[in-house]
Write a protein that binds this ligand. Sequence first.
Ligand SMILES: Nc1ncnc2c1ncn2[C@@H]1O[C@H](COP(=O)(O)OP(=O)(O)OP(=O)(O)O)[C@@H](O)[C@H]1O
Ligand SMILES: [Mg+2]
Length: 316
Amino acid sequence: MQVYHLTIQENGHSRRFVYEDRDEALTRFADAIAAGLDAKLDEVVRGPAAPKPTERLPEEIVPVRHQGELLGTVSIEKKPGDSLTPTERKLVPDLGSESGLVRRNVALIADLRASRQRLVVAQDDERRKLERNLHDGAEQQLVALAVKLRLAEFLVERDPSATKTMLTDLRTETGEALESLRDLARGIYPPQLADKGLAAALESEARKGSVPTEVRSEGIGRYPPDVESAVYFCALEALNNVAKHAGATRAEVRLAQADGELTFEVSDDGDGFDPAQISYGTGLQAMADRLDAIGGTLKVHSQPGKGAQVTGRVPV
Ligand SMILES: Nc1ncnc2c1ncn2[C@@H]1O[C@H](COP(=O)(O)OP(=O)(O)OP(=O)(O)O)[C@@H](O)[C@H]1O
Ligand SMILES: [Mg+2]
């Protein structure tokens, strides 16, 4: 008598199911493959004359592909001498193509989870940095101001001229405290981005940079805050990379809207690099994740000696 052993590997465990009905075994095998599980189906002859399971030979192996990319194989094993039935022959390639799609989807979901995880970690890091900057910067400055004000209050009648000098210092220090708070606010959500939009906010940052940078925009309007801030911070990171790595004499930021897409391109005339040789650092990875979270994409194009172009696209 023949039975069918279905072995399924899941989370490091192996489970075996035994079926007497061949169609049921094939259906369960197909279900397991479609669910993205590692499954194997063996036909076993029961009884004294049964060959040992190890004597079975791979009968049919089909590649598991998705859009041309080889993702694995599905193999059916039968006992020596038995060949696949016409139904099985038809089913196996179908399984191969179906499970290709499923495996691709499983891989995409895993990528998505990893990218969300990196975004959460990056946001936590940003919050910690902000807290540290507030504590070490503006908070310390305000504490020092409060102490000096108490001192000035104490001195005002005893030493009017020393108090006057102190008040002048206090005015300068108040201005500095205000400036450091404004810097922090710009790092969180630049007021200029909120007031005037992407082109104006990037122009004002570009003016401060060490590499002469031109900002060009075509048909740019206003967009939801998450889109504007993603494009703004991605373009800024690309400009930071130009300043840090490119050795460029000039850079350009292009913003455009066409066919339901907002695009930005940051290009430079610097040393360039071979994208195949360089893995994404925190900067490029955060850019890709940030754009991915709003349905966008990032492309890096560069060649040694020919500058670099970083392009982002976001549906709007
Ligand atoms: N415009 C550019 N010109 C030349 N090389 C670049 C340019 N942009 C990126 N690179 C290369 O790509 C690498 C990865 O960039 P990425 O922004 O991910 O990391 P990083 O700038 O090295 O570090 P981080 O951004 O985390 O501070 C850089 O180290 C650099 O070698
Ligand atoms: Mg960087």
